[in-house]
Design a protein around this ligand. Structure first.
Ligand code: CAO
Length: 415
């Protein structure tokens, strides 16, 4: 079966996590992704956090599936010639260098347009135009500057970053959508365009509901679904809401049987209004149904802590999976706190290709997260990441270089 992006050629100048996430997605949808790496060095993540000596790290392998690797010294005149050929051949150039690095290499937007007016140039930077536009940025900087850290954690603790890589992988996902949109628009305009995704913007987009709450707080000086209500203090900015659900359906993380020794024996419990009756019945608090302090969602808001304490008395008598089974029967929305170990071993995730085992020539078998987006006509087959420069000769031949020229460029360490 063909793939959705068959025929699309990507010149992949990305490194570390944000850009590689984007191009990996495009590769999974069938694009030919040619990853350009520095001769002899490669993407810095190949050697970072290694668990197998001399083998590409999981950091690298898990972000660079289904790509081809070519090594080129982009600052050598002969290397630039190779790159110019690639610019002419490809549909999209994706990069996440520090601000200005691509220009310093000589590949300005104007130069790329001269070489290939149809080329789409997609970039991730830490910040958009403004006071921080020249800054180098990593994941947690973006989480802090995008509003995630100030709104994550507990009221009495410091700002917290989250384990979800919303700055890197989140922005990569945003950029991928920008690229396919630009490819679609090119069908009618015949022209390429610039696609920019700033990590601060990507994080803020994912924190949209907190900007919603900021404006509600400005107007009403209170956020009734936050744990600070009714006894705590609201300042000028949206506070950290602990494990509150952040929506119109109050929720919290509750202990389950075994919590004393298992750090993940917890369940997320949502007191959705339509199933309030079922919740009261399950935990044996039928009197709440008629008590005016608990009868309506609005009346319950000042009592949420007490309500969750009562529900927790029930969840503590069940394992998280037993609680799930009982609550699901009544359509009560809840979710077990799953450890990475449990996720890695979950058979249903293996079955859907969300968790995939891949074999690699130097590191052996490892698990990775497959494509989370499933297209019925373009199924994803996860192929191992390339070794450094594995496809250099193959790609050079496709560009029309002879064996003798390729040998010469190898000897000069240009490729
Ligand atoms: N041949 C020759 N030179 C190459 C090359 C190649 N194939 N590939 C890269 N280089 C050069 C670049 O041209 C650059 O040179 P100059 O500084 O002289 O212009 C140099 O390598 C370093 O590139 P960099 O500044 O992008 O890399 P860094 O490790 O110093 O910074 C990072 C990394 C991620 C902080 C920075 O790239 C960045 O801010 N990127 C944008 C935001 C982003 O994507 N961050 C998320 C990263 S994932 O957590």
């Amino acid at each position: 079966m063909g793939k959705a992006l068959d025929g699309v050629k990507i010149l992949d100048f990305t490194h570390v996590q944000s850009g590689p996430t984007c191009t990996q997605l495009l590769a999974w949808f069938g694009a030919d992704v040619i990853k350009v790496e520095r001769e002899g060095v490669g993407d810095i993540t190949r050697g970072q956090l290694r668990d197998v000596p001399d083998a590409d790290s999981l950091y690298f392998t898990m972000l660079n599936h289904n790509k081809r690797s070519i090594t080129i010294d982009a600052k050598h005149p002969k290397g630039k010639e190779v790159l110019e050929k690639l610019v002419r051949e490809c549909d999209v150039l994706v990069e996440n260098f520090a601000p200005g690095a691509l220009d310093r290499m000589g590949f300005t937007w104007e130069r790329i347009q001269e070489l290939n007016p149809k080329m789409i140039v997609a970039s991730i930077k830490g910040f958009g135009p403004g006071p921080y536009q020249d800054c180098k940025v990593y994941e947690n900087v973006a989480q802090c500057a995008g509003g995630a850290a100030s709104t994550t954690g507990f009221d009495d603790g410091p700002p917290l970053v989250t384990g979800a890589q919303i700055g890197d992988s989140g922005t990569g996902l945003h950029l991928a959508l920008g690229i396919v949109t630009a490819l679609y628009q090119r069908k009618t305009t015949g022209r390429g365009q610039k696609v920019n995704a700033a990590m601060q913007d990507g994080v803020l987009n994912l924190c949209r509901v907190k900007l919603r709450d900021q404006q509600r707080l400005d107007r009403t000086h209170v956020l009734e679904e936050y744990p600070q209500y009714p006894n705590g203090h609201f300042g000028e900015a949206v506070p950290r809401a602990g494990n509150a659900s952040g929506g119109g359906q109050p929720g919290w993380i509750l202990k389950c049987k075994g919590w004393e020794t298992d750090p993940n024996a917890y369940i997320y419990f949502i007191t959705q209004a339509p199933v309030w009756k079922q919740i009261c019945n399950v935990i044996g608090r039928e009197e709440w149904l008629t008590d005016p302090r608990y009868a309506t969602p609005k009346a319950r808001l000042p009592h949420l802590t007490e309500i969750f304490d009562e529900i927790e008395k029930w969840t503590m008598t069940k394992s998280k999976f037993e609680a799930m089974e009982i609550l699901n029967k009544y359509d009560i929305p809840c979710g077990p706190i799953l450890s990475m170990k449990e996720i890695a071993e979950e058979p249903s995730l293996r079955k859907t290709g969300t968790v995939v085992e891949v074999d690699h020539p130097t590191r052996g078998k490892y698990l990775t997260v497959g494509n989370p987006i499933k297209l019925s006509d373009s199924p994803t087959e996860v192929k191992r990441s390339p070794l450094l420069g594995e496809h250099t000769d193959e790609i050079m031949k496709e560009l029309g270089y002879t064996d003798a020229q390729i040998r010469e460029l190898h000897e000069a360490k240009v490729i």
